[in-house]
Design a protein around this ligand. Structure first.
Ligand code: SIN
Length: 274
């Protein structure tokens, strides 16, 4: 097995491994690399849904996403689909999964079944590299601040986006969760500090007026959106990406209209964030 960093800020590609047959030593290497790089990428895997579930269970319990339509017969697996006649994709904006939960999912494991011959890449951003690059004044300003996250505007009844995604999302009546998390998160496994706010689910900074909160969040988002913190993953059938929701953002590009893209996603349980 060979682990090759994908960029300075986020991700590593893992070569020469079959995710169906790993020994304990290989898994220990993967685990360390995952927390070091925030995301891991693999090609040419041959995973049945059962294999995908078994791989996910190595990392922890499965967190069933209540909004994504599941794969038939596999409630643990969320379907990430865009058909040729659909215009809106799932995850087509910078976000991290589940930050609206009190105990957000640790990570997501996305496996590609059908991919367009061009386009449909996923961008990743490294939140620890982005935090490191802030100046000391901003680091001091963020120290101890918390933000409120929520999901009603994405998955709830009033959401235009949910309407556009259609039956690829369900359970709109279950939307509305909100949770407060630190803006600077000491990673639960490594203690390394990273930014933990995202444009999709973060609603506001706690104890700040609306304008100040919006200004601060926009400043952080503009900082994180600089390309030096990013890596772009190109999919092909059989490739797999897994990311740590506590130290990365991701963005599914929507540049392949008229083509089908189908992936299976499993989210793995996390821990409370302090
Ligand atoms: C997601 O946001 O979980 C989907 C990412 C993708 O389809 O590339």
């Amino acid at each position: 097995m060979r682990i090759e960093p994908s960029s300075e800020a986020v991700g590593a590609e893992v070569h020469d491994v079959d995710l169906r047959n790993m020994d304990d030593a290989q898994f220990a290497l993967l685990r360390n690399a995952f927390f070091d790089h925030g995301a891991l990428f693999f090609r040419d895997q041959h995973l049945s849904p059962e294999d995908h579930i078994a791989f996910a269970e190595l990392w922890g319990g499965i967190n069933i996403n209540r909004f994504f339509t599941p794969v038939d017969g596999y409630p643990q697996i969320a379907q990430v689909l865009k058909e040729p006649d659909q215009t809106v994709n799932i995850g087509g904006g910078w976000h991290t999964d589940h930050s609206y939960d009190h105990v957000p999912a640790m990570g997501s494991i996305l496996y590609a079944l059908e991919t367009p011959s061009e386009g449909g890449d996923t961008l990743f951003a490294g939140m620890q590299a982005a935090y490191e690059a802030l100046d000391d004044n901003m680091k001091q300003r963020l120290d101890g601040l918390q933000a409120l996250h929520g999901n009603a505007h994405i998955f709830g009844k009033q959401s235009d986006y949910r309407d556009e995604v259609g039956d690829r999302f369900g359970n709109q009546d279950k939307a509305g969760q909100e949770a407060v998390h630190p803006i600077v998160l000491a990673h639960p496994e490594t203690g390394k500090k990273g930014l933990y706010v995202n444009p999709a689910f973060t609603l506001k900074v706690i104890d700040m007026d609306a304008q100040q909160s919006a200004d601060l969040l926009m400043q952080l988002y503009a900082h994180i959106m600089q390309p030096q913190f990013h890596f772009r993953w190109q999919w092909s059938p059989g490739s797999l990406a897994m990311w740590d929701n506590r130290s990365t953002w991701h963005y599914a590009m929507n540049d392949y209209h008229g083509h089908r893209r189908l992936l299976h996603r499993i989210t793995v349980e996390g821990v409370a964030l302090h």
